[in-house]
Design a protein around this ligand. Structure first.
Ligand SMILES: *Cc1c(COP(=O)(O)O)cnc(C)c1O
Length: 455
């Protein structure tokens, strides 16, 4: 076989439609529920999201056209290269071929721009003037800042206070791209003022920031709210990753035997894996599909499949998902994007249907994998992406033990150039592992008592 380093696609070959896996499940996806336990109707979401995105959220149409205006913007960094990690293979002495889809080349540095652009586009088309959102580590806030900037929308980002103080560079990035970035809790919303009155020194939390962003959107006539993962329409926009990868593999006459992505809310994993799962459902291929999650937040590997709230304050509808409980506060691991208590309903359903599995990895193993990847391939991966790399390395070792040549694909969700302080902590020996104990699990699942179940 030719020693491929980078398999490109032309602009013309970039997909013209997103893939909606909801069309292909043998059992339909369970619906989200309102607070009273009855299935949510699309119009229940209209105060928060524009109707054109709600239509995508509930759609069961297999292929959804990508508007030409969105494609023209995606061309600024897409199609992204599919790269062969030859130097990593050599270092591992593995017979496996390791490929990665390189989402780190986006100007925002991660896959999140793939949905930020369409979300800004559909809001603009709907007549929204301003978006609100929350951000933890800042990756989603900065991607949406750029998307809104390109579409001429205003954006207000509620950034969790401790990250706001710890990550001033992310804040700067959002401001450079024209967004307003506030330290949450603020004194501008009822939710924020209530928190500040009770806990003036709170470090903030995603739950509080979500409450503030939603309150801001629903109390302003021309503002809407935007979320960077978990929801069906977000995963839909990310399928361009796997659709491109399939075309790239076809060009070199290969098909991946193993497909891996890291999973926080599930969007980059789903984006890479779902177009391949379509073939698994159709029975034409049978790849092993694995989501990598942290041992500190193992919602799929240790959690339960049930209805749970998407946020701590229970502002969101109840979603059918693998969860370790909406009040669980994961330890401050460096892969901030993986510190979420639940998994996207579409990914949860795929796992429940037996189409895929998950593996939990400790963060020191992931940092070692990230360091090896940086030393061999040259790209410094985001700490989140390092979870996918560590799992790909485990699979490569398995190939060596079994003496099998397998083709492994992982998604490189982003680069780590703005997370160098995490690498510094690792180099200084300050990174530790967290095990999620049965006692932790029992405590964190207690909040599910009284919520509807799925069986
Ligand atoms: C946000 C983020 C993730 C986790 O989010 P998903 O929705 O699970 O993809 C992973 N990697 C990077 C680089 C991120 O920014």
């Amino acid at each position: 076989m030719h020693d491929y380093v980078r398999i490109p696609l032309t602009e013309d070959e970039m997909p013209r439609e997103w893939y909606n896996i909801a069309a292909d499940f043998s059992k339909p996806l369970p619906p989200p529920l309102g607070r009273d336990g009855s299935p949510l109707r699309p119009e229940n979401l209209a105060a928060v999201f524009p109707m054109n995105l709600i239509e995508q959220e509930v759609s069961t149409q297999r292929w959804i056209p990508i508007p030409e205006e969105i494609r023209r913007i995606l061309f600024r960094w897409r199609p992204t290269p599919l790269r062969r990690a030859g130097a990593l293979e050599k270092a591992l002495k593995t017979p496996a071929r390791i490929f990665f889809k390189d989402e780190s080349v986006s100007p925002a540095g991660s896959h999140k721009l793939n949905t930020a652009v369409p979300q800004a586009y559909y809001n603009k088309a709907f007549g929204t003037k301003r978006l609100t959102t929350e951000t933890g580590a800042g990756q989603w806030g900065s991607a949406l800042a750029l998307g809104c900037n390109w579409m001429g929308l205003a954006l207000r980002v509620y950034m969790v206070r401790c990250s706001f103080n710890q990550k001033p560079m992310r804040q700067t990035l959002m401001r450079v791209w024209g967004a307003e970035c506030l330290s949450s809790p603020t004194d501008r919303t009822q939710a924020g003022r209530a928190v500040l009155a009770r806990w003036p020194n709170t470090p903030g939390s995603l739950g509080i920031a979500i409450s503030e962003a939603i309150e801001d959107a629903v109390s302003s006539p021309d503002a809407k709210y935007s979320l960077g993962s978990v929801l069906n329409h977000v995963l839909l926009h990310q399928t361009i990753i796997g659709l491109e990868a399939k075309k790239q593999f076809a060009k070199i006459g290969l098909y991946p035997d193993v497909i891996i992505g890291c999973a926080g809310g599930g969007s980059n994993f789903a984006g890479c894996a779902f177009p391949f799962l379509a073939d698994k459902i159709a029975g034409t291929h049978n790849p092993l599909v694995l989501a990598a999650e942290p041992t500190a937040c193992p919602k799929m590997s240790r959690g339960v499949y049930t209805y749970d709230s998407g946020d701590v304050a229970m502002m969101t509808p109840l979603l059918p998902m693998y969860t370790i409980g909406h009040e669980y506060q994961p330890p401050a691991i460096h892969a901030g994007g993986l510190r979420y208590h639940g998994m996207a309903p579409l990914v949860s359903h795929a796992k429940h249907e037996g189409l895929m599995d998950s593996v939990a990895l400790p963060q020191t193993e992931c940092f070692r994998a990230g360091m090896l990847f940086a030393a061999t391939e040259g790209i410094i991966p985001a700490p989140e992406s390092s979870h996918a790399i560590a799992l790909a390395i485990r699979e490569a070792h398995r190939s060596r033990e079994e003496g099998k040549t397998r083709t492994i694909l992982f998604n490189l969700s982003g680069h780590g150039l703005l997370e160098l302080s995490s690498y510094q902590s690792f180099l200084d020996g300050k990174i530790e592992d967290y095990e999620f104990t049965p006692e932790d699990l029992r405590k964190s699942l207690a909040v599910l008592n009284g919520l509807p179940s799925l069986s």
